[in-house]
Design a protein. Structure first.
Length: 148
């Protein structure tokens, strides 16, 4: 059985819904103000480079010379032409395919080596001397020989 409401009842119900909606809207506005100011959203960087909510201490400030910053691999010093050989350890070598990789002892850079460049056969963890040259896809080891 359907319920019938008078026009007054429907109007009161609409006003009640509007009032509740306005109260919720007002409550959201108040909570948004409590969320914080711009000062609460600021982050600082401390002397170690970590993010923090506390401003840094000016007494711990250090001056850094831009020329001292090195990005990437450090440049090698000028060398004698006789001292062109590098040393490294064979980290991988596939006899069937005829190629492998040597890890440079100083820079820890991985250098490609082809079997054509070997003076004698090499195996895993052998210490070798080599010259780094520019290959098609990057650095390549040439004139590779075993160190005893």
């Amino acid at each position: 059985m359907a319920e019938f409401f008078s026009k007054r009842d429907r109007e009161r119900k609409k006003q009640q819904v509007r009032k509740e909606k306005e109260e919720r809207k007002q409550e959201r506005k108040e909570n948004a103000r409590k969320g914080g100011s711009d000062a609460d959203m600021i982050a600082y960087v401390d002397e170690d480079g970590n993010l923090t909510s506390v401003p840094p201490d000016p007494s711990k400030r250090r001056e850094i010379n831009i020329d001292d910053i090195q990005i990437g691999v450090p440049k090698m010093e000028d060398r004698d032409p006789d001292d062109r050989f590098e040393e490294g350890i064979v980290t991988f070598f596939n006899d069937e395919k005829g190629f492998g990789f040597i890890r440079h002892l100083v820079t820890k850079q991985s250098v490609f080596v082809h079997s054509k460049q070997l003076a004698s056969p090499v195996k895993l963890n052998d210490k070798v001397r080599f010259v780094i040259s520019k290959g098609q896809k990057g650095p390549e080891a040439t004139e590779v020989s075993l160190i005893k």
